[in-house]
Design a protein around this ligand. Structure first.
Ligand SMILES: NC(=O)N[C@@H](CC(=O)O)C(=O)O
Length: 422
């Protein structure tokens, strides 16, 4: 079915019409019998790309499946997501990666790109089948033990050397386990002491970021820093970029807006890894995203079933859902960010980091038609029960956010129409 998208403001600038042919490509003129989408007053951006999504299939289909995660992604304006490897079983073989890729194609709502584990079983010891995963139909190029840090420097070095051969990248969960162990659950500071919660100090992140930057320089390979959360990590990244070291970084929407004082009520909804930090860190992260020190926004969408989250704070699972709210949170946290900068940090750059040549492309003839149409001024009150995700661990419930995803088009197919799954 061909499409005409009428009157959308491209990247918030001049309004024009976009034409899509029945093969899902943008073309120069309207085709006969095309469906019309009225986009008057809406901003058009290239479909969003998420470098960091946890789908729970296989293993925990009660918390999320590839289909429900894809639905949540489409509702959030995404046309591609990278599915993290910490499923059960772990995505550490070519077969496992291919299966996730196939499930994504069957769901058909966004491109689902499997992330391969760096080490077998995420155990941090032996490298997983990196080359076989890359050569599989899934064509894995991003590798991560996310949820766990590749803490052994020798293993990290070998992984970087290995993936360099085929242009892969290692996305690191930076958490030195000797500085922030398994019990650490709250930013270490005056508040963690007062609440009696085991602290997760910023330095546990920063020492790994610093080490990995040096390993990237030494190997000439590519490191991506997942969910940066501290001002100290930003300083290291700023230095590394000035040295032209091949390192990129992402920040989550929640680390751009929420702070550690939310933990005073011991509500596990706010338990996340890395933890929420003080306002000084939030300010540094915003500044780093504006000036390009941090390259991308990635959701770290981490759905959890109620019975894994509703526990005493120390025992509850880490994580928050975020696909459906990411754009609104970014707009609320950084209202001065231009639409072309939003497109850069939520689509173009993440697509480049993940090597997704079909995504994050200009909205122009010759590109695949992946587009999100946003009402820039809408005020939305988040309702966790109106979500497509199977999980309800939503820290934005009841909060007001600016801007609303109205329509999403993936490969020329309308996946979201008027804010609902098409
Ligand atoms: N980000 C989170 O808080 N949780 C992640 C894994 C992790 O990074 O701990 C998850 O898989 O639930």
């Amino acid at each position: 079915m061909s499409l005409v998208i009428k009157g959308a403001a491209l990247l918030g600038e001049q309004a024009c019409d976009l034409y899509v042919d029945d093969s899902g490509m943008f073309v120069d003129s309207a085709l006969d019998g095309a469906e019309t989408i009225d986009a008057d007053g809406l901003v058009a951006l290239p479909g969003l790309v998420d470098l960091h999504t946890h789908l729970r299939e296989p293993g925990r289909e009660d918390a999320e499946t590839v289909l429900t995660g894809s639905q949540a992604a489409a509702l959030g304006g995404y046309t591609a997501i990278l599915a993290m490897a910490n499923t059960s079983p772990v995505t550490d073989t070519a077969e496992a990666a291919t299966r996730v890729w196939e499930l994504g194609r069957e769901a058909g709502l966004v491109h689902v790109e499997p992330v391969g584990a760096v080490t077998r079983g995420l155990a941090g010891e032996e490298l997983a089948e990196l080359g076989l995963m890359h050569r599989s139909r899934a064509g894995v190029t991003v590798f991560s033990d996310d949820g766990k840090c590749v803490h052994d420097a020798r293993v990290m070095r070998r992984a970087l050397e290995y993936v360099k051969a085929f242009g892969g990248v290692v996305s690191q969960h930076s958490q030195d386990p000797s500085l922030a162990g398994p019990a650490a659950c709250c930013h270490e500071g005056e508040l963690s002491g007062r609440l009696g919660l085991p602290g997760w100090p910023g330095i546990a992140e920063e020492v790994i970021v610093a080490r990995d930057v040096m390993l990237a320089r030494h190997t000439g390979s590519r490191v991506h820093v997942a969910h940066v959360s501290t001002a100290g990590s930003v300083e290291v990244l700023r230095w590394a970029k000035a040295q032209k070291i091949d390192v990129t970084a992402e920040v989550t929407p929640h680390h751009l807006l929420l702070t550690t004082d939310l933990l005073t009520g011991y509500d596990p909804t706010y338990k996340v890894n890395p933890p929420l930090r003080p306002q000084e860190d939030v300010d540094a992260l915003r500044e780093a995203l504006r000036d390009g020190t941090i390259d991308a926004v990635a959701t770290d969408h981490a759905p959890h079933a109620r019975h894994d989250k509703e526990h005493a704070f120390v025992d509850a699972a880490f994580g928050m859902v975020g696909l459906e709210t990411a754009l609104g949170v970014v707009r609320t946290a950084l209202p001065d960010l231009s639409w072309s900068d939003v497109a850069r940090v939520m689509s173009t750059t993440p697509a480049r980091i993940a090597g997704l040549a079909d995504q994050g492309r200009p909205l122009a003839a010759g590109s695949p038609a992946h587009v999100v149409l946003v009402d820039p001024d809408a005020a939305v009150t988040v309702d966790r029960d109106a979500s497509a995700s199977l999980s309800r661990n939503n820290p934005w419930h009841g909060r007001g956010l600016t801007s609303r995803v109205v329509h999403t088009v993936y490969a020329g197919r309308v996946t979201v129409r008027d804010g609902a799954l098409a």
